[in-house]
Design a protein. Structure first.
Length: 102
């Protein structure tokens, strides 16, 4: 069974590192789950954000998304079921073999 890596992104910095980490983990056969919260939701607007979808499953905190003024702004490749609450973050922690925070 493949290892699962959970990543909490709460900062709007370090997108290149996040993308590289997701790619490296995916290439090693890991399942990668990313939860964007706080200012981290701003990274969903990065031009290269769609490249993340090739290697990871993203989840976006709906409350943080609204709080950062992004309500009504689409995120390419992220469906409404991936806009979630912090409860999903807790589930992600339980599902993950390793959990990282950016």
């Amino acid at each position: 069974m493949a290892q699962t890596i959970g990543i909490l992104v709460r900062s709007d910095e370090y997108f290149p590192y996040l993308l590289q980490l997701c790619r490296a983990a995916f290439e090693k056969g890991c399942r990668v789950l990313v939860f964007f919260s706080g200012r981290g939701v701003l990274l969903t607007q990065e031009q290269e954000f769609p490249a993340l979808l090739d290697t990871a499953t993203p989840y976006v905190c709906e409350v943080s998304y609204r709080a950062n003024g992004l309500q009504g702004v689409e995120v390419p490749g992220v469906g409404f079921k991936q806009f979630v609450t912090q409860a999903r973050n807790a589930e992600l922690i339980a599902e993950s073999d390793r959990y990282l925070v950016f």
